[in-house]
Design a protein around this ligand. Structure first.
Ligand SMILES: Cc1cc2nc3c(=O)[nH]c(=O)nc-3n(C[C@H](O)[C@H](O)[C@H](O)COP(=O)(O)OP(=O)(O)OC[C@H]3O[C@@H](n4cnc5c(N)ncnc54)[C@H](O)[C@@H]3O)c2cc1C
Length: 430
Protein backbone atom coordinates (compact mmCIF):
# COMPACT_ATOMS: atom_id res chain seq x y z
CA UNK A 1 0.00 0.00 0.00
CA UNK A 2 1.52 3.35 -1.03
CA UNK A 3 0.93 6.28 1.25
CA UNK A 4 0.63 9.74 -0.15
CA UNK A 5 3.94 11.51 0.42
CA UNK A 6 2.36 14.70 -0.99
CA UNK A 7 0.07 14.77 2.02
CA UNK A 8 2.84 14.49 4.62
CA UNK A 9 0.53 13.73 7.51
CA UNK A 10 0.58 10.94 10.05
CA UNK A 11 -2.47 10.19 12.20
CA UNK A 12 -2.12 8.59 15.58
CA UNK A 13 -5.07 6.47 16.67
CA UNK A 14 -5.40 5.64 20.36
CA UNK A 15 -7.26 2.39 20.95
CA UNK A 16 -7.57 -0.72 18.78
CA UNK A 17 -11.19 -1.68 19.44
CA UNK A 18 -13.88 -1.72 16.74
CA UNK A 19 -13.56 2.06 16.25
CA UNK A 20 -9.76 2.14 15.97
CA UNK A 21 -9.66 -0.84 13.61
CA UNK A 22 -12.46 0.59 11.45
CA UNK A 23 -10.61 3.89 11.11
CA UNK A 24 -7.36 2.04 10.34
CA UNK A 25 -9.08 0.08 7.57
CA UNK A 26 -10.60 3.27 6.11
CA UNK A 27 -7.25 5.08 6.16
CA UNK A 28 -5.39 2.13 4.62
CA UNK A 29 -7.92 1.99 1.82
CA UNK A 30 -7.36 5.72 1.16
CA UNK A 31 -3.56 5.63 1.55
CA UNK A 32 -3.43 7.88 4.60
CA UNK A 33 -0.54 7.19 6.98
CA UNK A 34 -1.46 6.15 10.57
CA UNK A 35 -0.48 4.05 13.58
CA UNK A 36 -2.82 2.55 16.19
CA UNK A 37 -1.60 2.39 19.80
CA UNK A 38 -3.51 -0.15 21.88
CA UNK A 39 -3.25 -0.53 25.67
CA UNK A 40 -3.79 -4.31 25.77
CA UNK A 41 -1.16 -6.79 24.70
CA UNK A 42 -3.57 -8.28 22.14
CA UNK A 43 -6.99 -7.48 20.69
CA UNK A 44 -9.55 -7.47 23.48
CA UNK A 45 -13.19 -8.27 22.89
CA UNK A 46 -15.13 -7.87 26.08
CA UNK A 47 -18.59 -9.31 25.60
CA UNK A 48 -19.98 -11.92 23.35
CA UNK A 49 -21.92 -11.31 20.20
CA UNK A 50 -22.68 -8.15 18.35
CA UNK A 51 -25.73 -7.38 16.19
CA UNK A 52 -25.46 -4.90 13.35
CA UNK A 53 -28.11 -3.13 11.31
CA UNK A 54 -28.19 -2.34 7.57
CA UNK A 55 -26.71 1.16 7.97
CA UNK A 56 -23.65 -0.48 9.49
CA UNK A 57 -23.14 -3.07 6.78
CA UNK A 58 -23.51 -0.28 4.18
CA UNK A 59 -20.93 1.80 6.07
CA UNK A 60 -18.59 -1.21 6.06
CA UNK A 61 -18.92 -1.56 2.28
CA UNK A 62 -18.18 2.14 1.76
CA UNK A 63 -15.25 2.01 4.17
CA UNK A 64 -13.73 -0.95 2.32
CA UNK A 65 -15.67 -3.51 0.23
CA UNK A 66 -13.30 -6.22 1.54
CA UNK A 67 -14.53 -5.48 5.07
CA UNK A 68 -18.15 -6.03 4.10
CA UNK A 69 -17.23 -9.24 2.31
CA UNK A 70 -15.27 -10.50 5.31
CA UNK A 71 -18.15 -9.61 7.66
CA UNK A 72 -20.66 -11.42 5.46
CA UNK A 73 -18.49 -14.53 5.70
CA UNK A 74 -18.57 -14.62 9.53
CA UNK A 75 -22.03 -13.27 10.32
CA UNK A 76 -25.43 -14.87 10.46
CA UNK A 77 -29.00 -13.66 9.99
CA UNK A 78 -32.38 -14.74 11.37
CA UNK A 79 -32.90 -18.41 10.57
CA UNK A 80 -36.61 -18.62 9.68
CA UNK A 81 -37.73 -18.08 6.12
CA UNK A 82 -39.60 -14.80 5.77
CA UNK A 83 -38.04 -13.32 8.92
CA UNK A 84 -34.98 -11.70 7.36
CA UNK A 85 -36.47 -8.25 7.98
CA UNK A 86 -37.41 -8.87 11.61
CA UNK A 87 -35.66 -6.67 14.14
CA UNK A 88 -37.11 -8.93 16.86
CA UNK A 89 -40.24 -10.68 17.95
CA UNK A 90 -41.45 -9.05 21.15
CA UNK A 91 -42.76 -11.43 23.84
CA UNK A 92 -43.41 -11.15 27.54
CA UNK A 93 -40.83 -12.50 29.99
CA UNK A 94 -43.54 -13.83 32.33
CA UNK A 95 -44.30 -17.59 32.39
CA UNK A 96 -45.60 -18.83 29.02
CA UNK A 97 -44.28 -15.62 27.41
CA UNK A 98 -47.65 -13.88 27.76
CA UNK A 99 -49.86 -16.67 26.36
CA UNK A 100 -51.72 -16.85 29.71
CA UNK A 101 -53.11 -13.38 29.02
CA UNK A 102 -53.73 -14.09 25.34
CA UNK A 103 -50.57 -12.39 24.06
CA UNK A 104 -48.66 -14.53 21.58
CA UNK A 105 -45.93 -12.14 20.54
CA UNK A 106 -45.64 -9.32 18.04
CA UNK A 107 -43.11 -8.89 15.28
CA UNK A 108 -41.13 -5.67 15.02
CA UNK A 109 -40.04 -5.73 11.40
CA UNK A 110 -39.31 -3.38 8.53
CA UNK A 111 -38.45 -3.81 4.89
CA UNK A 112 -35.53 -1.47 5.62
CA UNK A 113 -34.01 -3.78 8.19
CA UNK A 114 -31.78 -6.81 7.82
CA UNK A 115 -30.36 -8.15 11.04
CA UNK A 116 -26.98 -9.79 11.17
CA UNK A 117 -24.86 -10.85 14.09
CA UNK A 118 -21.37 -12.18 14.73
CA UNK A 119 -19.03 -13.10 17.54
CA UNK A 120 -16.99 -10.03 18.50
CA UNK A 121 -13.85 -12.14 18.37
CA UNK A 122 -14.54 -13.10 14.75
CA UNK A 123 -15.44 -9.54 13.75
CA UNK A 124 -12.31 -8.04 15.28
CA UNK A 125 -10.19 -10.88 13.88
CA UNK A 126 -11.25 -10.15 10.29
CA UNK A 127 -10.87 -6.43 10.88
CA UNK A 128 -7.33 -6.84 12.09
CA UNK A 129 -6.48 -9.06 9.12
CA UNK A 130 -7.48 -6.19 6.82
CA UNK A 131 -4.90 -3.75 8.21
CA UNK A 132 -2.24 -3.38 5.52
CA UNK A 133 0.71 -4.44 7.70
CA UNK A 134 1.16 -5.94 11.18
CA UNK A 135 3.05 -2.89 12.44
CA UNK A 136 -0.01 -0.65 11.92
CA UNK A 137 -1.05 -1.60 15.45
CA UNK A 138 1.32 -1.36 18.40
CA UNK A 139 0.16 -3.30 21.47
CA UNK A 140 0.92 -2.72 25.15
CA UNK A 141 0.82 1.08 24.80
CA UNK A 142 -1.53 2.74 27.27
CA UNK A 143 -1.81 6.46 26.66
CA UNK A 144 -1.90 8.42 29.90
CA UNK A 145 -1.80 11.97 28.60
CA UNK A 146 -2.64 13.62 25.30
CA UNK A 147 -1.98 17.29 24.69
CA UNK A 148 -1.45 19.63 21.82
CA UNK A 149 1.86 21.44 21.86
CA UNK A 150 2.03 24.01 19.06
CA UNK A 151 1.06 22.31 15.82
CA UNK A 152 1.78 18.77 17.09
CA UNK A 153 0.02 16.47 19.51
CA UNK A 154 2.13 14.80 22.16
CA UNK A 155 1.05 11.47 23.62
CA UNK A 156 2.64 10.04 26.75
CA UNK A 157 2.32 6.35 27.54
CA UNK A 158 2.23 4.49 30.84
CA UNK A 159 5.63 2.89 30.05
CA UNK A 160 7.26 6.33 30.04
CA UNK A 161 7.61 6.57 26.26
CA UNK A 162 6.23 9.44 24.22
CA UNK A 163 5.28 10.08 20.58
CA UNK A 164 4.29 13.11 18.55
CA UNK A 165 1.87 13.25 15.66
CA UNK A 166 0.17 15.74 13.37
CA UNK A 167 -3.18 14.79 14.87
CA UNK A 168 -4.69 12.24 17.27
CA UNK A 169 -7.97 10.42 16.89
CA UNK A 170 -9.07 8.97 20.21
CA UNK A 171 -10.77 5.58 19.81
CA UNK A 172 -10.14 4.57 23.40
CA UNK A 173 -13.66 3.64 24.49
CA UNK A 174 -16.18 5.13 26.94
CA UNK A 175 -13.63 6.00 29.64
CA UNK A 176 -10.88 7.03 27.22
CA UNK A 177 -8.23 9.56 28.20
CA UNK A 178 -8.65 11.46 24.93
CA UNK A 179 -12.07 12.60 26.14
CA UNK A 180 -10.33 14.67 28.79
CA UNK A 181 -7.98 16.15 26.18
CA UNK A 182 -10.97 17.31 24.12
CA UNK A 183 -13.49 18.30 26.81
CA UNK A 184 -11.49 18.72 30.03
CA UNK A 185 -10.71 22.43 29.49
CA UNK A 186 -14.05 23.74 28.25
CA UNK A 187 -16.62 21.18 29.38
CA UNK A 188 -15.13 19.45 32.46
CA UNK A 189 -18.63 18.31 33.59
CA UNK A 190 -19.05 16.26 30.40
CA UNK A 191 -15.84 14.22 30.62
CA UNK A 192 -17.05 11.34 32.79
CA UNK A 193 -19.30 8.62 31.50
CA UNK A 194 -22.69 8.35 33.28
CA UNK A 195 -24.50 5.26 34.57
CA UNK A 196 -27.78 4.71 32.71
CA UNK A 197 -29.54 3.00 35.63
CA UNK A 198 -29.38 -0.40 33.89
CA UNK A 199 -27.10 -3.40 34.00
CA UNK A 200 -26.96 -6.65 32.06
CA UNK A 201 -25.70 -10.22 32.33
CA UNK A 202 -24.33 -11.65 29.09
CA UNK A 203 -23.90 -15.17 27.70
CA UNK A 204 -23.22 -17.02 24.48
CA UNK A 205 -25.50 -20.06 24.45
CA UNK A 206 -23.63 -22.97 22.81
CA UNK A 207 -25.01 -24.49 19.58
CA UNK A 208 -28.03 -26.69 20.19
CA UNK A 209 -28.58 -25.61 23.81
CA UNK A 210 -30.76 -22.62 22.98
CA UNK A 211 -32.96 -24.78 20.74
CA UNK A 212 -33.12 -27.41 23.49
CA UNK A 213 -34.49 -24.86 25.96
CA UNK A 214 -36.45 -22.46 23.74
CA UNK A 215 -37.45 -24.68 20.82
CA UNK A 216 -38.61 -22.61 17.85
CA UNK A 217 -38.16 -19.39 19.83
CA UNK A 218 -34.39 -19.82 19.42
CA UNK A 219 -34.39 -19.44 15.65
CA UNK A 220 -34.68 -15.67 15.34
CA UNK A 221 -34.04 -12.59 17.41
CA UNK A 222 -36.34 -12.12 20.37
CA UNK A 223 -36.89 -9.56 23.07
CA UNK A 224 -38.74 -10.70 26.20
CA UNK A 225 -40.14 -7.77 28.17
CA UNK A 226 -41.05 -7.42 31.82
CA UNK A 227 -41.56 -4.63 34.33
CA UNK A 228 -38.03 -3.35 35.05
CA UNK A 229 -36.34 -6.25 33.23
CA UNK A 230 -35.81 -7.58 29.73
CA UNK A 231 -34.04 -10.38 27.86
CA UNK A 232 -32.64 -10.21 24.33
CA UNK A 233 -31.58 -13.22 22.25
CA UNK A 234 -30.37 -13.50 18.67
CA UNK A 235 -28.60 -16.20 16.63
CA UNK A 236 -24.86 -16.18 16.03
CA UNK A 237 -22.93 -18.01 13.34
CA UNK A 238 -22.21 -21.65 14.12
CA UNK A 239 -25.62 -22.30 15.67
CA UNK A 240 -25.11 -20.59 19.03
CA UNK A 241 -26.89 -17.48 20.13
CA UNK A 242 -26.24 -14.32 22.04
CA UNK A 243 -28.22 -13.89 25.24
CA UNK A 244 -28.51 -10.81 27.38
CA UNK A 245 -30.58 -10.27 30.52
CA UNK A 246 -31.06 -6.66 31.61
CA UNK A 247 -32.42 -4.93 34.69
CA UNK A 248 -33.31 -1.33 35.45
CA UNK A 249 -33.05 0.05 38.98
CA UNK A 250 -33.17 3.40 40.77
CA UNK A 251 -29.97 2.64 42.63
CA UNK A 252 -26.65 4.22 41.70
CA UNK A 253 -23.99 1.90 40.28
CA UNK A 254 -21.68 2.31 43.27
CA UNK A 255 -18.71 0.24 41.98
CA UNK A 256 -15.36 1.54 40.76
CA UNK A 257 -15.46 -0.65 37.63
CA UNK A 258 -18.02 -1.24 34.88
CA UNK A 259 -18.49 -4.84 35.94
CA UNK A 260 -19.36 -6.21 39.33
CA UNK A 261 -19.38 -9.85 40.41
CA UNK A 262 -22.44 -11.07 42.29
CA UNK A 263 -23.59 -14.51 43.40
CA UNK A 264 -25.57 -16.75 41.11
CA UNK A 265 -28.48 -16.45 43.56
CA UNK A 266 -28.38 -12.66 43.29
CA UNK A 267 -28.43 -12.92 39.51
CA UNK A 268 -31.41 -15.29 39.50
CA UNK A 269 -33.19 -13.13 42.08
CA UNK A 270 -33.01 -10.20 39.64
CA UNK A 271 -35.34 -12.13 37.32
CA UNK A 272 -37.62 -13.85 39.81
CA UNK A 273 -41.02 -14.70 38.36
CA UNK A 274 -39.83 -14.91 34.74
CA UNK A 275 -40.44 -17.90 32.49
CA UNK A 276 -38.35 -20.89 33.62
CA UNK A 277 -36.84 -21.24 30.13
CA UNK A 278 -35.25 -17.81 30.39
CA UNK A 279 -33.90 -18.65 33.84
CA UNK A 280 -32.40 -21.88 32.45
CA UNK A 281 -30.62 -19.88 29.76
CA UNK A 282 -29.34 -17.54 32.43
CA UNK A 283 -27.39 -20.53 33.81
CA UNK A 284 -24.96 -19.97 30.91
CA UNK A 285 -24.17 -16.43 32.01
CA UNK A 286 -21.50 -15.79 34.58
CA UNK A 287 -22.95 -13.81 37.49
CA UNK A 288 -21.24 -10.65 36.38
CA UNK A 289 -23.22 -7.43 36.20
CA UNK A 290 -22.17 -5.16 33.35
CA UNK A 291 -23.21 -1.61 34.16
CA UNK A 292 -24.54 0.23 31.11
CA UNK A 293 -22.90 3.63 30.85
CA UNK A 294 -23.34 6.35 28.29
CA UNK A 295 -22.31 9.82 27.13
CA UNK A 296 -25.73 11.43 26.85
CA UNK A 297 -24.14 14.82 26.19
CA UNK A 298 -20.94 15.50 24.28
CA UNK A 299 -20.75 19.17 23.28
CA UNK A 300 -17.93 18.66 20.75
CA UNK A 301 -15.98 15.77 19.22
CA UNK A 302 -12.78 17.77 18.71
CA UNK A 303 -10.43 20.28 20.21
CA UNK A 304 -7.69 21.55 17.95
CA UNK A 305 -5.82 18.54 16.59
CA UNK A 306 -7.45 15.90 18.81
CA UNK A 307 -10.74 14.25 17.82
CA UNK A 308 -12.97 11.59 19.37
CA UNK A 309 -14.42 8.62 17.47
CA UNK A 310 -16.51 5.65 18.64
CA UNK A 311 -17.53 5.09 22.26
CA UNK A 312 -15.16 7.71 23.67
CA UNK A 313 -17.35 10.23 21.84
CA UNK A 314 -20.76 8.60 22.24
CA UNK A 315 -20.81 5.52 24.47
CA UNK A 316 -24.37 4.27 24.35
CA UNK A 317 -26.66 1.76 25.99
CA UNK A 318 -27.06 -1.23 23.63
CA UNK A 319 -30.86 -1.19 23.22
CA UNK A 320 -30.92 -0.35 19.53
CA UNK A 321 -27.94 -2.52 18.55
CA UNK A 322 -26.43 0.62 17.06
CA UNK A 323 -23.37 1.61 19.14
CA UNK A 324 -20.76 -0.20 17.07
CA UNK A 325 -22.58 0.92 13.92
CA UNK A 326 -21.68 4.50 14.78
CA UNK A 327 -18.00 3.50 15.02
CA UNK A 328 -18.14 2.44 11.34
CA UNK A 329 -20.05 5.55 10.27
CA UNK A 330 -17.63 7.85 12.15
CA UNK A 331 -14.67 6.03 10.60
CA UNK A 332 -16.18 6.37 7.15
CA UNK A 333 -16.65 10.15 7.38
CA UNK A 334 -13.29 10.69 9.11
CA UNK A 335 -11.27 8.63 6.61
CA UNK A 336 -13.12 10.22 3.66
CA UNK A 337 -12.17 13.66 4.97
CA UNK A 338 -8.57 12.80 5.88
CA UNK A 339 -8.04 11.42 2.38
CA UNK A 340 -8.86 14.89 1.01
CA UNK A 341 -6.33 16.75 3.13
CA UNK A 342 -3.48 18.32 1.21
CA UNK A 343 -1.43 19.48 4.21
CA UNK A 344 -1.38 19.48 8.02
CA UNK A 345 -2.89 22.97 7.93
CA UNK A 346 -6.22 21.40 6.94
CA UNK A 347 -6.49 18.93 9.84
CA UNK A 348 -8.43 21.20 12.19
CA UNK A 349 -10.95 21.88 9.44
CA UNK A 350 -11.34 18.11 8.93
CA UNK A 351 -12.17 17.61 12.61
CA UNK A 352 -14.59 20.53 12.61
CA UNK A 353 -16.49 19.12 9.62
CA UNK A 354 -16.41 15.57 11.04
CA UNK A 355 -17.95 16.92 14.25
CA UNK A 356 -20.69 18.76 12.40
CA UNK A 357 -21.74 15.63 10.47
CA UNK A 358 -21.28 12.77 12.94
CA UNK A 359 -22.11 14.30 16.31
CA UNK A 360 -25.80 15.22 15.86
CA UNK A 361 -26.66 11.72 14.62
CA UNK A 362 -24.52 9.80 17.11
CA UNK A 363 -25.83 11.79 20.08
CA UNK A 364 -29.41 11.23 18.93
CA UNK A 365 -28.65 7.51 18.88
CA UNK A 366 -27.39 7.70 22.47
CA UNK A 367 -30.55 9.55 23.53
CA UNK A 368 -33.03 7.31 21.73
CA UNK A 369 -31.21 4.15 22.85
CA UNK A 370 -31.72 5.21 26.45
CA UNK A 371 -35.40 5.81 25.71
CA UNK A 372 -35.66 2.39 24.02
CA UNK A 373 -34.39 0.89 27.28
CA UNK A 374 -37.51 2.35 28.95
CA UNK A 375 -39.64 0.68 26.30
CA UNK A 376 -38.04 -2.74 26.92
CA UNK A 377 -38.42 -2.44 30.69
CA UNK A 378 -42.06 -1.38 30.28
CA UNK A 379 -41.42 1.98 31.93
CA UNK A 380 -41.67 4.30 28.92
CA UNK A 381 -43.94 7.23 29.93
CA UNK A 382 -46.08 6.94 26.77
CA UNK A 383 -46.36 3.15 26.60
CA UNK A 384 -45.96 1.70 30.09
CA UNK A 385 -46.96 -1.98 30.11
CA UNK A 386 -49.28 -1.75 27.10
CA UNK A 387 -47.83 -4.19 24.54
CA UNK A 388 -49.81 -2.67 21.66
CA UNK A 389 -48.33 0.74 22.37
CA UNK A 390 -44.85 -0.70 22.95
CA UNK A 391 -44.76 -2.64 19.69
CA UNK A 392 -46.24 0.15 17.58
CA UNK A 393 -43.71 2.56 19.08
CA UNK A 394 -40.87 0.09 18.35
CA UNK A 395 -42.09 -0.44 14.78
CA UNK A 396 -41.53 3.20 13.88
CA UNK A 397 -38.64 4.28 16.06
CA UNK A 398 -35.61 2.75 14.35
CA UNK A 399 -36.17 3.62 10.65
CA UNK A 400 -34.12 6.79 10.75
CA UNK A 401 -31.13 4.80 12.03
CA UNK A 402 -31.31 2.12 9.34
CA UNK A 403 -32.09 4.29 6.31
CA UNK A 404 -29.52 7.02 6.85
CA UNK A 405 -28.00 8.44 3.65
CA UNK A 406 -24.30 7.68 4.13
CA UNK A 407 -23.33 8.83 0.64
CA UNK A 408 -25.09 12.11 1.48
CA UNK A 409 -22.84 12.42 4.56
CA UNK A 410 -19.78 12.02 2.34
CA UNK A 411 -20.98 14.68 -0.08
CA UNK A 412 -21.72 16.97 2.84
CA UNK A 413 -18.24 16.27 4.21
CA UNK A 414 -16.57 17.28 0.95
CA UNK A 415 -18.63 20.48 0.66
CA UNK A 416 -18.08 21.28 4.35
CA UNK A 417 -14.32 20.88 4.05
CA UNK A 418 -14.17 23.11 1.01
CA UNK A 419 -16.29 25.78 2.71
CA UNK A 420 -14.28 25.62 5.93
CA UNK A 421 -10.97 25.97 4.06
CA UNK A 422 -12.34 28.91 2.08
CA UNK A 423 -13.51 30.58 5.31
CA UNK A 424 -10.13 30.05 6.94
CA UNK A 425 -8.19 31.48 4.01
CA UNK A 426 -10.48 34.55 3.92
CA UNK A 427 -9.92 35.11 7.66
CA UNK A 428 -6.14 34.72 7.27
CA UNK A 429 -5.92 37.14 4.35
CA UNK A 430 -8.09 39.84 5.96
C1 LIG B 1 -23.75 -5.06 26.69
C2 LIG B 1 -23.44 -4.39 25.38
C3 LIG B 1 -23.93 -4.92 24.20
C4 LIG B 1 -23.69 -4.26 22.99
N1 LIG B 1 -24.22 -4.77 21.86
C5 LIG B 1 -24.09 -4.10 20.70
C6 LIG B 1 -24.68 -4.58 19.52
O1 LIG B 1 -25.32 -5.64 19.50
N2 LIG B 1 -24.52 -3.85 18.37
C7 LIG B 1 -23.81 -2.67 18.36
O2 LIG B 1 -23.72 -2.04 17.29
N3 LIG B 1 -23.22 -2.20 19.47
C8 LIG B 1 -23.33 -2.89 20.64
N4 LIG B 1 -22.74 -2.41 21.75
C9 LIG B 1 -21.89 -1.21 21.66
C10 LIG B 1 -20.50 -1.57 21.11
O3 LIG B 1 -19.98 -2.66 21.84
C11 LIG B 1 -19.56 -0.39 21.22
O4 LIG B 1 -20.17 0.74 20.64
C12 LIG B 1 -18.22 -0.63 20.53
O5 LIG B 1 -17.63 -1.83 20.94
C13 LIG B 1 -17.30 0.54 20.82
O6 LIG B 1 -16.04 0.32 20.24
P1 LIG B 1 -14.84 1.30 20.55
O7 LIG B 1 -13.70 0.79 19.75
O8 LIG B 1 -15.26 2.71 20.41
O9 LIG B 1 -14.55 1.14 22.10
P2 LIG B 1 -13.99 -0.13 22.90
O10 LIG B 1 -14.58 -1.38 22.40
O11 LIG B 1 -14.15 0.20 24.35
O12 LIG B 1 -12.45 -0.17 22.53
C14 LIG B 1 -11.53 0.78 23.04
C15 LIG B 1 -10.13 0.23 22.85
O13 LIG B 1 -9.20 1.22 23.31
C16 LIG B 1 -8.26 0.64 24.18
N5 LIG B 1 -7.85 1.67 25.14
C17 LIG B 1 -8.59 2.19 26.16
N6 LIG B 1 -7.88 3.13 26.80
C18 LIG B 1 -6.69 3.22 26.16
C19 LIG B 1 -5.53 4.02 26.35
N7 LIG B 1 -5.45 4.93 27.36
N8 LIG B 1 -4.47 3.87 25.52
C20 LIG B 1 -4.53 2.97 24.50
N9 LIG B 1 -5.60 2.16 24.27
C21 LIG B 1 -6.67 2.31 25.09
C22 LIG B 1 -8.99 -0.51 24.84
O14 LIG B 1 -8.10 -1.49 25.33
C23 LIG B 1 -9.86 -1.02 23.69
O15 LIG B 1 -9.18 -1.96 22.90
C24 LIG B 1 -22.94 -3.06 22.97
C25 LIG B 1 -22.41 -2.54 24.16
C26 LIG B 1 -22.66 -3.20 25.35
C27 LIG B 1 -22.10 -2.62 26.63
Amino acid sequence: MHHRPDQGIHILIIGGGIAGLALGIGLDRRNVSYTIYEASTELSFAGAGIALGPNTTRAMALLDPALREAYDSISTKNQSLGKEHHFADFLLAEPRFGASQGFHGAAVASEHFVRSGAHRKDLMGVMRSLLSTDDKIVFGKRAVQVRQVGDKVKVEFADGSCVEADAVVGCDGGKGVTRCAVLGGTYPDQVDVAYSGRYVYRAVIPPGKGQEVLGEYADDSKIFLGKGIYFAAYPLSGGGFNFLAGRQTDEPWGHPHWTCEVTKEDMLRDFEGCDARLLRLLEWASPLRWGLFHHLHTPTYHNGLVALLGDVAHASTPHQGAGAGQCFEDALVMSHLLARVKSVAELEAVFEVYDSICRPRAQEIVRTSNETGLLYTMTHPDCGEDMDKITSNARQRFHWIWTHDLEGDLRQAEDGLQASMARRSTTESS
